[in-house]
Design a protein around this ligand. Structure first.
Ligand code: ADP
Ligand code: DAR
Length: 372
């Protein structure tokens, strides 16, 4: 069977495949906005590039976005297709300018969940941002050697960060033969603690997007001694920088991330960023702030003890929140109906607005959970 990439030269096959996907999977934004005349107007080289970007959405028809950028220039070079997809996903109407501002200032009063309900004093909280370094291709287009080159660059930066009084820690590499290679047992334990990312080679979306190729070379995780500041190297973006801890003070978590991010940024080349799309990411769903801030909340009533997430997803959507299982994307609720709650918006909202949405939305959801 010819792979979808082999048919890229023959626009007919690709356009037929996408026409069929559009009919069968209306949620696939790539298929929804793919324009055959635009695709056929491109020269061979640009068709090859575009095919790599949309391959995930073709090979996985149930995709939401259905595209992964391969290079930061893709967002400009393929704007006729990517912009309508981005506007649709991020709810930015055609009459609104796409523009990303950044603001990390949270109210000094803090967003403290325990102040709302004593039962929320020990919640699992996490806030992460995606970042890519403009000097490298995005993960989908990296080769094994560029992945190893990137990891070496970060290991040099981490050697300085390890000496920092606030963020000192260790780097655990997944690269076979690395001087800091993690052992199987530690890797398993770190995944269970939600600190380390899972084997990406099993994710069909990432595989089609080229993002999990050469697994596990060039991948690893930096973690601070305090265990609450973590940097993933070589996951879906070049870097995922996060703060994660149990407690109730969202403002402290947020400031911890911001401090670590600023400290790390001084040690490495510039992040890819644009006025319109903010921090550029592999997946267009993460553009802008590239931030996902989440809480693991026990919602046994709203999730029927974790058996039914559809109702709570609809309720959460009214609060601009998304619901995931406790294992992250494509996972189920945990024991006692614990689910991952996070603001859906990433682009066109500031970091402070995301934190406010998480706090206010979670308080409202908690009140609905305990209404009767
Ligand atoms: P992303 O990195 O985009 O948030 P996922 O939703 O897959 O991707 O989450 C990645 C990992 O982070 C998963 O193991 C998930 O369980 C974990 N995680 C996310 N939010 C929290 C949280 N609030 N507490 C603990 N673990 C979390
Ligand atoms: N495969 C992507 C997932 C979109 C959002 N999740 C990310 N980027 N991890 C899709 O288009 O469905």
């Amino acid at each position: 069977m010819t792979s979808s990439l082999e048919t890229v030269g023959n626009g007919e096959d690709v356009t037929t495949q996408i026409r069929d996907i559009r009919a069968a999977q209306p949620g696939n934004l790539m298929a929804r906005y793919f324009d055959e005349a635009y695709y056929c107007s491109l020269d061979e080289a640009k068709r090859e590039r575009l095919h790599k970007i949309i391959r995930s959405g073709i090979e996985n028809p149930d995709s939401q976005m259905g595209a992964y950028a391969q290079n930061c220039t893709d967002y400009e070079d393929f704007e006729p297709l990517l912009e309508p997809m981005i506007r649709d996903y991020h709810n930015i109407s055609d009459d609104r300018l796409i523009a990303q501002e950044h603001d990390w200032a949270t109210p000094t009063s803090g967003y403290n969940l325990e102040g709302v309900d004593a039962r929320l004093k020990d919640v699992s909280m996490r806030v992460r941002v995606g970042r890519n370094i403009g000097a490298f291709p995005l993960p989908g287009a990296m080769t094994k050697s560029s992945r190893l080159e990137f990891e070496t660059l970060l290991i040099e930066a981490f050697s300085v960060l390890m000496e920092d009084p606030e963020f000192g820690g260790e780097y655990l590499s997944l690269t076979p033969g690395s001087s800091c290679e993690i052992d199987e047992e530690t890797y398993r334990r770190r995944i269970e603690a939600h600190q380390m990312f899972k084997d990406m080679s099993g994710d069909p979306y990432l595989e089609s997007g080229g993002i999990s190729s050469d697994w596990p070379y060039g991948r690893g995780m930096y973690i601070s001694g305090s265990q609450d500041f973590i940097v993933w190297v070589g996951e879906e973006d070049h870097l995922r920088v996060m703060s994660m801890k149990r407690g109730s003070d969202l403002s402290a978590l947020f400031s911890r991330l911001h401090g670590g991010l600023e400290t790390l940024a001084k040690l490495i080349p510039d992040f890819a960023h644009s006025e319109r799309y903010g921090y550029l990411t592999s997946c267009p769903t993460n553009l802008g702030s590239a931030m996902r801030a989440s809480l693991h909340l026990p919602l046994p009533n709203l999730t029927k003890e974790g058996r039914d997430l559809e109702h709570v997803k609809e309720t959460a959507l009214d609060l601009s929140l998304a619901v995931r299982g406790v294992g992250g994307e494509h996972s189920e609720a945990g024991e006692g109906g614990i689910v991952d709650i996070s603001p859906r918006a990433r682009l066109g909202v500031t970091e402070a607005e995301i934190m406010q949405c998480l706090y206010e939305g979670s308080v409202a959801l908690w009140s609905l959970e305990n209404a009767n």
